[in-house]
Design a protein around this ligand. Structure first.
Ligand SMILES: *[C@@H]1O[C@H](CO)[C@@H](O)[C@H](O)[C@H]1NC(C)=O
Length: 221
């Protein structure tokens, strides 16, 4: 009996420490990223990027960008965003967004979203993700910047209320002067609304996504 209890504790501890992390494009300070540059001075590899943001963490968790972009993208091109299989726990899915910022990670406009069943192909109470990458086109009117910030964010369906966000420093070539999209939803951290556990209702919290105001992002020149 005692050994069962200990085994359960260990299993729970493993689950609690393991969630989802973006590895492509290379997330700031990931030890497991695609094509990562050397770390900015004074920064260290982050071995817990698959954990949710602390309640008082800044957006992106790490606010100091890499000194060179981790990917060169062109507006309108198809990109693939991939997640780490190692240590993955997808908490029954939930709402994911992919967003861009041109002001160093303060203002994010959504470029793509996967609502309800992110990491799965439909309703699931599982923890093992069925989907580990998303491929989609960037908006064709994104403006150019060597210092754009690309973010993946996620509100989990099952479990403790959490907000996940990883950021990557990318260069974008485009001809637009600005991009207007929905403002990225932030929830479950200090100063933002709480989206409750879905309990099987995958529409939970969707009002925040549907009613998000438009935001215009542009490089400062
Ligand atoms: C992006 O393009 C620049 C200029 O061509 C190049 O120096 C750099 O290596 C490229 N970065 C990546 C991650 O491909």
């Amino acid at each position: 009996m005692l050994s069962h209890t200990i085994a359960a504790w260990i299993a729970l501890g493993t689950l609690a420490a393991a969630h989802m992390a973006m590895v492509k494009p290379c997330t700031r300070y990931t030890p497991r990223g695609d094509n990562c540059p050397s770390l900015p001075p004074g920064q260290q590899l982050d071995y817990s990027l698959n954990a949710p943001l602390a309640r008082n963490a800044p957006l992106c968790k790490h606010t100091v960008p890499y000194s060179t972009p981790v990917a060169n993208w062109t507006a309108g091109q198809t990109i693939q965003v991939a997640f780490d299989r190692v240590g993955a726990a997808a908490h029954g899915g939930g709402h994911c967004q992919f967003s861009v910022s041109y002001d160093g990670g303060k203002t994010f406009a959504v470029v793509h979203e996967v609502l309800k069943h992110c990491f799965f192909n439909g309703p699931s109470t599982g923890n093992t993700p069925a989907v580990l990458s998303y491929t989609f086109s960037l908006p064709s009117n994104l403006p150019s910047s060597d210092k754009a910030v690309f973010a993946w964010s996620w509100v989990n369906a099952i479990g403790v209320r959490e907000f996940y966000m990883n950021c990557a420093d990318v260069a974008i070539r485009g001809s637009g002067s600005s991009y207007t999209g929905k403002q990225m939803v932030v929830a479950n951290i200090d100063g933002y609304p709480e989206i409750e556990e879905f309990g099987g209702n995958y529409d939970t919290g969707l009002e925040y996504y549907k009613n998000a105001k438009s935001v215009t992002v542009a490089p400062s020149t």
